[in-house]
Design a protein around this ligand. Structure first.
Ligand SMILES: Nc1nc(=O)c2c([nH]1)NC[C@@H]1CN(c3ccc(C(=O)N[C@@H](CCC(=O)O)C(=O)O)cc3)C=[N+]21
Ligand SMILES: [Mg+2]
Length: 298
């Protein structure tokens, strides 16, 4: 038997359609569209594509999206000054600084400098703390998108065993918080976990976000489990030769062909979590815009 495929591309379209309606209403009511500013430091080709896609996706739903590309040798102070300007610009509702940053810039300094009410990534410690305190405000996009995919799967979370593999501030920790808030029994596993395979086999809901190609094998999946694969790893199928570029392929952190024989539902890579991350970023921008207007109007 083969698992149901959780089509993130299609669900993302549904989410974007919802956001488009909300954006139109916001724009009509407040005389300006929600604004999202994306900052990319440096010329990493993959990051350029991702940030351009974010800008494009924003515009496509009526958000005023703007991409700022700063030179790779931008100083931390210069980036902080740019953030200060955007923090104080009232037409800006969301600010996203694309990660990773060049080595002369301390990531934590930058993330801490984004106003929490404009932090559409949900990476600021205030927003992380609000989520951990059971008062979620701006919630990280990948965990939000993953929860929507679990909802699409019809996964029952109440009392379920959920295992999150990976403990990053960006995905693993906030994902565990959301599952906990949904009354799952949550285990956070990571690179030091003993007998990771056995821990994964306990999971009714398995979320994997470690960045290791096909780490989770089919026999790590409990029969009937719902599997959310957050990984995006580009692997080489054939090396470059005779002037031809290397043949590569995008794979997740889960060995998909094996896991789909055991899971009841599973996300593909690509076309699973990735598109939902972008859709939730747009929704977070709308959420931030509404909250900022509401706060201003008392
Ligand atoms: N401040 C910040 N916020 C982020 O959210 C952030 C970031 N920095 N740095 C990089 C990562 C990566 N990321 C992706 C989101 C969607 C896809 C995506 O849509 N992927 C498609 C296609 C991928 C492809 O074909 O290359 C898919 O999975 O189907 C990919 C990557 C957001 N990130
Ligand atoms: Mg994906």
């Amino acid at each position: 038997m083969s698992a149901t495929l959780l089509d993130g591309k299609k669900l993302a379209e549904t989410v974007r359609n919802e956001v488009r309606v909300g954006v139109a209403e916001f724009t009509k009511t407040h005389g300006r569209p929600p604004g999202l500013e994306v900052i990319l430091v440096g010329e990493d080709p993959a990051s350029q594509i991702y940030t351009r896609n974010k800008e494009k996706a924003a515009k496509e739903v009526g958000i005023r999206g703007k991409l700022h590309v700063l030179p790779a040798d931008t100083s931390e102070d210069a980036l902080l000054r740019e953030l200060d300007r955007l923090n104080n610009d009232d037409t800006v509702d969301g600010i996203l600084v694309q990660l990773p940053l060049p080595k002369q810039i301390r990531e934590q300094r930058v993330l801490d400098a984004i106003r929490p009410d404009k932090d559409v990534d949900g990476f600021h410690p205030v927003n992380a703390g609000m989520l951990a305190s059971g008062r979620p405000s701006l919630v990280p996009c990948t965990p939000r998108g993953s929860m929507r995919l679990l909802d699409l799967a019809g996964a029952r979370l109440e009392g379920a065993r959920a295992v999150v593999v990976g403990r990053s501030n960006i995905v693993g920790k906030p994902m565990a918080q959301l599952l906990l808030a949904a009354n799952a029994t949550v285990t956070m596993a990571h690179s030091r976990t003993k007998d990771l395979a056995a821990v994964c086999r306990e999971a009714d809901v398995l979320v994997v976000a470690v960045g290791k190609a096909e780490l989770v094998r089919g026999d790590w999946v409990k029969p009937g489990a719902v599997v959310i694969d957050v990984g995006m790893n580009r692997i080489e199928l054939a090396p470059a030769k005779d002037g031809e570029p290397a043949k590569t392929k995008l794979v997740g952190d889960v060995a998909f062909d094996e896991a789909k024989e055991r899971a009841s539902a599973i996300t593909p890579v690509p076309g699973g979590v990735g598109p939902m991350t972008i859709a939730c970023l747009l929704d977070n921008t709308l959420v931030a815009a509404r909250a900022r207007v509401a706060a201003k109007n008392g």
